[in-house]
Design a protein. Structure first.
Length: 107
C-alpha cells in the first residue's frame, strides 16, 4: 500500500492507494494554518485508515521554496508555514520511506 497527501491552502486530501495506484480510501479535511495542528489532524486520519503497512508516502504541497536535500518546505504560497520538515514528518506518521517527496511549486 501507498499513502498520498495533497496539501492545499484550504483543504488536505489524504489517500491510501493499492499496488495498482487505485485509491481505496480517502479523507478530506480543512488545512490548518498552524503546521503542528496539520500534523495532529493528519495523524488522526492515518490512525483511522484500515491499513498501516505503507511502502512509501508522497506529498504534494504549494511550496514556493523547498530544500529537496533536506525534504523541507521553506516557504508556501498560501500557507504561513516556514521551514517545515515535511519529509521527516511523513516518514514518522506513515512509518515508511518518503525519500523524495513530490512537491508542487506554485508562484
Amino acid at each position: 500500500m501507498y499513502a498520498g497527501v495533497d496539501i492545499g491552502g484550504t483543504k488536505v486530501l489524504a489517500a491510501v492507494l493499492n499496488d495498482k495506484g487505485e485509491i481505496i480510501e480517502r479523507v478530506k479535511f480543512p488545512t490548518p494554518q498552524n503546521y503542528d495542528e496539520f500534523l495532529a489532524e493528519l495523524a488522526k486520519v492515518v490512525d483511522n485508515f484500515s491499513t498501516h503497512d505503507f511502502q512509501a508516502a508522497g506529498v504534494g504541497m504549494p511550496a514556493t521554496a523547498i530544500d529537496r536535500h533536506e525534504g523541507t518546505g521553506l516557504t508556501f504560497s498560501n500557507l504561513p508555514w516556514r521551514n517545515v520538515p515535511i519529509q521527516h514528518d511523513l516518514e514518522q506518521l506513515f512509518h515508511c520511506p518518503s525519500h523524495y517527496p513530490v512537491l508542487s511549486i506554485r508562484t
